[in-house]
Design a protein around this ligand. Structure first.
Ligand code: 3PY
Ligand code: MG
Length: 277
């Protein structure tokens, strides 16, 4: 059975870097999986990724050494079951705000005796390059459970959430966190607004207290470097969509012809016109 290198790195206190997949296509997943990142998270929370597309994206990543993960749409056992049975090595759970929600996520992510994940079907064992028996024996140890704290209530309850047995990693969503604190929808991911900085620091320190690897979404490589220097480990560099749009936009802006015409049509020329991450 393949070992989950992301889980091992995080347990050893090392950083592990990946990106988000926002485009619901196996082709882009395959291209990005060849770039040498540690992991990819298919974002099924904010994009039109259905169950079949998710499975096909995991299949497309399988010949690389990347860890295939998913952010499920919500903390609902059905999403866990189907994503794990499709072969996920890690599950990112949006917006966990209470201890009860954290416990519910652990229950859904782990087989008996740690949880109540349903036993059956899928291509889960193929994803770890093993057989069913070995998968069932080791799935609880190999699968990375990542709970997101991205709401002011989650920050208040960080102690209760992060002390829940079975939680491996906490991932901060700066956009939702800033929005829930009334700081606006356009707050940059690496904002220096004092309330946001204090909330992020509190969650990171609470992670360390409970042996949970702290993670956060970053706007790109510079943001990742900054967050790793602060002590974050599980860091996401934006998404493939943001890089695609950003690169194309920058090149369009250097064209001698068409630039004025594009601008007159209101084409994306400002940072605000590119996706948030
Ligand atoms: C947020 O910033 O709210 C996120 O969910 C990032 O993944
Ligand atoms: Mg969010």
């Amino acid at each position: 059975m393949r070992a989950n290198h992301v889980k091992r790195r995080l347990k050893a206190g090392e950083p592990s870097i990946g990106t988000w997949l926002s485009l619901p296509t196996p082709e882009s997943a395959e291209f990005v999986s060849a770039l040498g990142l540690d992991w990819l998270v298919v974002d099924a929370e904010h994009n039109s990724v259905d169950q079949k597309t998710l499975s096909q994206m995991f299949v497309a990543m399988a010949h690389s050494s990347i860890a295939p993960m998913v952010r499920i749409p919500w903390n609902n056992p059905e999403h866990f079951k189907r994503a794990l049975d499709a072969g996920a090595w890690g599950i990112v759970v949006p917006n966990v705000q209470t201890r009860e929600e954290a416990e519910q996520a652990v229950q859904a992510a782990r087989y008996y005796p740690l949880g109540s994940r349903g036993v059956g079907g899928g291509r889960h064992y193929l994803s770890f390059d093993t057989n069913g028996a070995e998968y069932y024996e080791h799935a609880n140890e190999e699968i990375l459970l990542v709970l997101m704290i991205e709401h002011a209530t989650g920050v208040e309850n960080a102690e209760a959430i992060l002390s829940t047995p079975g939680v491996d990693t906490c991932f901060i969503g700066p956009n939702d966190m800033a929005a829930s604190m009334g700081l606006g929808l356009g707050t940059p991911l690496e904002s220096d607004k004092p309330e946001l900085v204090a909330a992020i620091k509190h969650v990171r320190e609470t992670c360390l207290k409970h042996g949970v690897a702290p993670g956060i979404h970053c706007s790109g490589a510079e943001g990742v470097n900054k967050r790793i220097a602060e002590g974050f480990q599980f860091c996401a560099m934006a998404s493939e969509l943001r890089y695609m749009l950003g690169g194309l936009r920058d090149d369009i802006a250097t064209l001698n012809w068409q630039r004025a015409e594009a601008a007159s049509r209101g084409a994306a020329s400002s940072e605000g016109a590119i996706v948030r991450y």
